[in-house]
Design a protein around this ligand. Structure first.
Ligand code: ZN
Length: 298
């Protein structure tokens, strides 16, 4: 049930119904076996594509379940496994999807969801990536941002990747304007430069005009991910138009009109490709000021 004063609509029970649809497909409605901790390969360290994701989630779940019926190992042994992944740091890229930033996210995720304990010590977190100073932000990050922004199309959209021949075509979180919205809003906050806000708002217009992606409803390359760009614009500006747009995109995802998803997801229940991402969005819209793009922001 939506809290009083929040967005109310015809889909008040949407996430509950959709979630039970997924869980009823498993043998006993239990999602924990999907963590599959025994089959982790020990080769990749990130939250989204490596071992750190399942280990971080298992750590938090095991801690929360405590002495209740808990088929997971004790959370302290899971923390040890998570920290041992740092031996792979030197051979890992820097990026969030496969590398060090993704490992850093997993460590911060554990500390956030087990509050007051600093389960992962700060010296271990610094090993993953020392926090960047303001001087480094100005000397390296700002020029990189400017360089990226120079690649903007006249429409306000951005290329899907460097050297891509596909042109001004894709409008999705993983390729194009929607991913630039959180980047430019953060840059606006850090550097206090209105130009970044202007670019984020321009991306919002592109997403409103062209963001009903035919790839479907996922948060990675579908409509629910594009809805997050509107949530972020709403959080930054408090202008209701962005919240209205986010709700319209959510409604589109919930209705699933025939023919609007041309590429069915390979993993229909997954967070980034499937129904779980939509559920995350539906829940976030109930508490929109605290909403955060999952597995990317804390
Ligand atoms: Zn994608």
């Amino acid at each position: 049930m939506a809290p009083k004063g929040s967005f109310e609509n015809n889909f008040a029970n949407y996430s509950e119904e959709a979630a039970s649809h997924i869980l009823n497909k498993t043998k006993d409605g239990n999602a924990i076996p999907y963590l599959d901790l025994e089959n982790l390969k020990g080769r990749k360290i990130s939250f989204l594509c490596g071992d750190a994701g399942p280990l971080a989630l298992a750590t938090v779940i095991s801690y929360r379940l405590g002495s209740r019926k808990n088929e997971l190992p004790d959370y302290k042994s899971l923390v040890q496994r998570l920290m041992a992944l740092s031996s792979l740091l030197n051979d890992s890229p820097d990026e969030v999807l496969y590398g060090k930033s993704g490992y850093l996210f997993a460590l911060l995720f554990v500390n956030k969801h087990i509050p007051g304990k600093e389960v992962i010590p700060s010296n271990h977190i610094e090993k993953a990536q020392p926090y960047i100073s303001m001087i480094e932000l100005r000397s390296f990050i700002k020029p990189t941002l400017e360089w990226l922004i120079n690649h903007k199309f006249p429409s306000g959209n951005f290329p899907s990747s460097l050297g891509s021949g596909s042109g001004d075509r894709l409008v999705q979180w993983c390729h194009g304007a929607p991913g630039f919205v959180p980047l430019c809003l953060l840059a606006h906050k850090v550097f206090d430069d209105d130009n970044y806000l202007r670019i984020a708002l321009q991306c919002g217009e592109v997403i409103w005009e062209r963001g009903l992606s035919t790839k479907g409803y996922s948060i990675c390359h579908g409509v629910s991910g594009n809805a997050y760009a509107f949530i972020q614009l709403y959080q930054a500006t408090k202008k209701p138009v962005h919240l209205y747009r986010a709700c319209c995109f959510m409604e589109w995802c919930a209705l699933e009109r025939p023919g609007t998803e041309l590429h069915a997801p390979d993993r229909p229940a997954s967070l980034y490709e499937g129904l779980t991402g939509r559920l995350y969005l539906a829940e976030d819209l109930l508490r929109v000021s605290e909403a955060k793009f999952p597995a990317f922001t804390l």
